[in-house]
Ligand binder design. Structure first.
Ligand SMILES: NC(=O)c1ccc[n+]([C@@H]2O[C@H](COP(=O)([O-])OP(=O)(O)OC[C@H]3O[C@@H](n4cnc5c(N)ncnc54)[C@H](O)[C@@H]3O)[C@@H](O)[C@H]2O)c1
Length: 263
């Protein structure tokens, strides 16, 4: 898929990776880019900066009725949706003892929101025999986010769901990509680095912390090839291969890195 003339919706579009995608989709010639976010003011600012093809929507992706309303409104305005980017996500920076509310929020934003948005957008896509779902997961969904148990568990679930969707709907014209970056220079990671959180330090020590525009580059290339796994950090493929072939060895290597950073 290329973006020329396409109608795209991006959740979590008000900042970081989502905002970079909005700018890039418009630059690639998208007909419409809907920037949707919990932070409606920030979404409006991004849409204004992107230009006339963009418009903003305030929504909480954990509220299925709001997601359905966003999809219905977009289909009414533009006729259909070509690309739905379920990109909103939350980290908790906590382990097993994360408060129940944080486990719940991570599950609802990082996983259930992908279920809800796909349920809302799929009927229109199936009726047209085509559509594209881009689900922002994370390298944490293929590996492990040290220091964040809810993030690791929910991002693994998000990758599993995206794979299930790809297998189930590909033959009906629905393409699916799971975007799995490692470190990206956005408020989500910057906060952890500023407080010296172990997980953020492990990410920074594991490879380049990319500008969100480089993630957008990888997305454009991945969509063009209609590739399931989009890995802005190529080394994540090597880590995932090593983890699959030798889980104990891979875990030992990660524990060694953690010990080194703690020392
Ligand atoms: N930054 C990284 O290092 C990194 C790495 C891998 C994956 N990711 C993933 O990339 C995606 C985008 O994150 P980012 O790094 O740009 O972080 P970010 O915090 O800058 O952006 C996340 C956006 O999601 C929005 N959001 C959160 N909860 C929401 C809700 N309930 N409803 C609607 N919007 C909501 C926030 O307002 C924010 O604008 C997330 O899914 C994140 O898990 C980030």
């Amino acid at each position: 898929m290329n973006l020329t003339g396409r109608v795209a919706v991006i959740t979590g579009g008000a900042g970081g990776i989502g905002a970079a995608l909005a700018h890039r989709f418009a630059a690639e010639g998208a007909a419409a880019v809907v920037v949707a976010d919990l932070d409606a003011d920030a979404a409006r600012a991004v849409a204004a900066a992107v230009g006339p093809v963009a418009h903003a929507a305030g929504l909480d992706v954990t509220a299925e009725d709001q997601v359905r309303a966003l999809v219905a409104d977009t289909e009414r305005r533009y006729g259909h949706i070509d690309l739905f980017c379920a990109n909103a996500g939350v980290a908790t920076a906590a382990g097993l003892d994360a408060p129940e509310a944080d486990w719940d929020r991570a599950w609802r934003v990082n996983v259930l929101a992908h279920v809800h948005s796909t349920r809302a957008v799929l009927p229109g896509m199936l009726a047209r025999g085509q559509g594209y779902l881009l689900h922002t997961c994370s390298a944490a969904g293929l590996l492990t986010a040290v220091g964040d148990a809810p993030y690791t568990a929910t991002k693994h679930a998000a990758v599993g769901l995206a794979e299930w969707l790809a297998v189930t709907y590909r033959d009906q014209g629905i393409r699916v990509s799971a975007l799995c970056p490692q470190g990206v220079d956005t408020p989500m990671l910057a906060e952890g680095l500023a407080t010296g959180h172990l997980g953020a330090r492990v990410i920074a020590a594991s490879g380049a912390v990319l500008h969100p525009d480089r993630v957008a580059d990888a997305v454009i290339a991945g969509l063009a090839e209609e590739r399931f796994l989009i890995l802005p950090h190529p080394e994540v493929a090597q880590h995932a291969r090593r983890r699959a072939e030798d889980p104990d060895g891979w875990q030992a290597g990660l524990r060694k890195l953690v010990r080194r950073l703690r020392a």
